[in-house]
Ligand binder design. Structure first.
Ligand code: ZN
Length: 333
């Protein structure tokens, strides 16, 4: 089965051609730079940027793959959640190709695609826990099987990626600042600032991060924003976030084990899984809880169309083929 997939839910325009033997013929990720000067993603600009580039990279992907559009068996696109303008561009474009070529169209849930991304390069043993950390979501899921996925908890305010970008902005780093903050943290002392860890001791799987940002803001007002301060606060902030994620995930594993779920493995997915420090702290659960950690392939961590193609292959079912599926900005797993 040959799949052509499109991802346009936020500020990455991406297309991928993949077959069910996991062969990736072409995978293009175009990161929009138009948002940099605004310090965050501007939805209207994102939609326009998707519209400008999608046709070009689709043509390029077919050329690179040396495949003709009519050879594709299924067309798939992210249909939510995400920014509605981008979702409409990607899904309508892909549906049009499917209609024109008389091929099936499969709508894909972006979050589900993140959750399934680890199964491309790993064997998932069920029941399985997944911590999804991105710029828009911070959630813990229980996967009983590929078709039985349960949301256990999520952030009540900011997502982790969002908190990173907002704190980076307070520290004067340019957008998107999460990556730069990680670099600054490498030279900083994480013991200098003791930042709050909201909800960490609550007996549930929910998170809250906006209070940490407020605490950083107060410290920024009291201190001079010099290099040393930026490095130390970056290190302290990153440590605080990693500790919250670690504690919440550990607590969730313990709670599930009490309920007789034999959890043997967990995954860390989404763009924030690229953060080496967070990955290192979370990986400690392998020893403390005797549990195996799996992560997606590097190119399938941040938003990308390979995970959309893979989700299509993994979930393919004639019943799910739906040309009338409407893009939904709040689509749930
Ligand atoms: Zn995402």
């Amino acid at each position: 089965m040959l799949v052509f997939a499109v991802e346009t839910s936020c500020d990455e325009t991406s297309v991928c051609i993949m077959d069910d033997n996991k062969k990736i013929y072409s995978h293009i990720i175009f990161s929009q730079e138009v948002h940099q000067k605004f310090g965050g993603v501007v939805p209207e600009l994102a939609s326009r940027a998707h519209l400008e580039i999608i046709q070009k990279i689709t043509k390029k992907a077919f050329q690179e793959a040396n495949i003709k559009p009519k050879e594709v068996d299924v067309y798939a696109a992210t249909c939510g959640p995400g920014l509605i303008g981008g979702l409409l561009v990607g899904s309508t474009f892909t549906k049009s190709l499917a209609i024109g070529l008389n091929k099936p169209f499969m709508p894909i849930n972006h979050l589900e695609a993140h959750l399934l991304s680890t199964s491309f390069n790993n064997e998932i043993v069920f029941p399985h826990i997944s911590l999804l950390v991105t710029g828009g979501h911070t959630q813990i899921y229980l996967l009983k099987s590929y078709n039985n996925i349960l949301l256990l908890g999520e952030t009540v305010d900011d997502a982790v990626g969002e908190a990173f970008d907002k704190v980076a902005k307070l520290l004067g780093l340019s957008y998107p600042g999460g990556k730069q903050l990680e670099q600054k943290a490498k030279n900083g002392n994480s013991e200098i600032y003791d930042l709050p860890q909201p909800m960490v001791n609550k007996n549930n799987s929910n998170f809250s991060f906006s209070g940490i940002k407020t605490a950083v803001n107060l410290l920024c007002k009291k201190n001079e924003l010099n290099e040393k301060f930026v490095e130390n606060i970056s290190a302290s902030f990153q440590k605080c976030i990693a500790n919250i994620l670690y504690t919440k995930l550990e607590n969730t594993i313990l709670q599930l084990r009490k309920k007789k779920f034999n959890i043997l493995s967990f995954s860390l997915v989404g763009g924030v899984a690229n953060n080496d420090y967070i990955k290192l702290i979370i990986s400690k659960l392998q020893n403390t809880q005797k549990i195996n950690m799996i992560i997606p392939k590097k190119e399938m961590m941040s938003d990308n169309a390979a995970m959309i193609a893979w989700a299509c292959i993994k979930k393919f079912d004639r019943k799910l083929i739906d040309i009338n599926f409407k893009a939904d900005p709040r689509l749930k797993v």
